[in-house]
Design a protein around this ligand. Structure first.
Ligand SMILES: [Zn+2]
Length: 325
């Protein structure tokens, strides 16, 4: 029997304002923005001086920014404009590790790869025996570029949402989010709201999974684990941390699940719970203002670019699995 090739998200969601996509094989996080608003975004960026504000406030002076209608896009040219796919402009960000290996021997374990007290890998080189150099600037360039894109999209919504055609144009939008990029505690907080359309898709996915016996009971209620999403988050976390030997216990915080009522919950490694989730409380944005029956999206303790990227990947993968299921 012939199997139909699986649709891509941009083929399925023809009328979303924007959405994220993540390819775990190439480790590329992509932004799909509806082509109907691209020209307006460019005008907004220039007219409101947002580029300058973001550049000056969040980034060192030597940082460059290239506009998104060129072949590269973003701070330090971190993004690549891939062109139009269906109704969307695709901008991709190749993720690079926070640590790079040198030819030097690890200064902590002196090249044994072992912890000096416990029977564990050295916690500096993770058992690789090589000295690692930390550099989070490439990842910060990506999170800052994403913050700016999301800010522009938020401005676009605020200006055009009262137009009669706005709702019709973007009926399949999944979420509206905002992120920040500060070099500080909680400096990568994020939030927003989820549409009624996406909420319904999660509810259907949840109910279907429960009927198929794929749910489990937890202290927070009946839950469905999104295993493939967790695997992709784990694999990317290991890559970004340059820790090929990370075990399940090193990655125990990584969680992706959905619950009844359209709730999702994503968590990654961090202090006292670093998570991103729909709740009954949150920022007063878009759908939550009463547009339809969506839900607010909130976060807890998202301190740095690593955590923000892993949670965004979780959202991208979770929404893709659910919408295409
Ligand atoms: Zn070492």
């Amino acid at each position: 029997m012939e199997t139909k090739p699986k649709l891509k998200l941009y083929e399925k969601l023809t009328s979303a304002l924007y959405f994220l996509h993540y390819d775990v094989t190439s480790q590329v996080l992509s932004f799909f923005i509806h082509k109907s608003c691209v020209e307006n975004l460019e005008k907004l960026a220039e007219g409101n001086n947002l580029l300058e504000i973001y550049k000056n406030k969040y980034f060192p002076e030597q940082t460059s920014y290239t506009s998104y209608l060129k072949t590269v896009h973003g701070f330090n040219d971190c993004g690549k404009v891939e062109g139009i796919f269906g109704n969307f402009l695709k901008i991709s960000f190749k993720l690079l590790p926070l640590y790079t290996f040198t030819e030097e021997i690890c200064s902590e374990c002196k090249g044994t790869g072992k912890h000096n007290v416990f029977d564990l890998n050295c916690n500096q080189c993770h058992g690789t025996k090589k000295e690692l150099v930390f550099n989070r600037e490439p990842l910060l360039a990506i999170t800052n570029t994403i913050s700016l894109l999301l800010a522009l999209l938020d401005c676009y919504i605020a200006i055009y949402e009262s137009d009669s055609s706005f709702e019709e144009k973007y009926t399949e939008s999944l979420y509206v989010i905002r992120t920040i990029t500060e070099r500080d505690m909680n400096g990568h907080a994020m939030g927003g709201s989820m549409s009624g359309f996406f909420k319904k898709a999660i509810e259907d996915y949840f109910n279907h999974s429960v009927s198929a016996g794929k749910s489990y009971k937890s202290i927070s209620g009946e839950s469905v684990c999104c295993e493939q999403v967790e695997k992709d988050m784990e694999q990317t976390y290991k890559m970004l941390m340059a820790n090929p030997f990370a075990t399940k216990s090193d990655l125990h915080s990584i969680t992706a699940l959905v619950r009844d009522g359209g709730f999702f919950y994503l968590e990654t490694n961090g202090t006292n719970g670093c998570n991103f989730y729909t709740s009954n409380q949150g920022m007063n944005t878009y759908w939550y203002k009463g547009k339809d029956k969506g839900l607010p999206i909130s976060c807890h303790n998202v301190d740095g670019p690593l955590q923000q990227i892993i949670l965004l990947i979780g959202l991208a993968r979770l929404s893709e699995d659910i919408i295409l299921s």
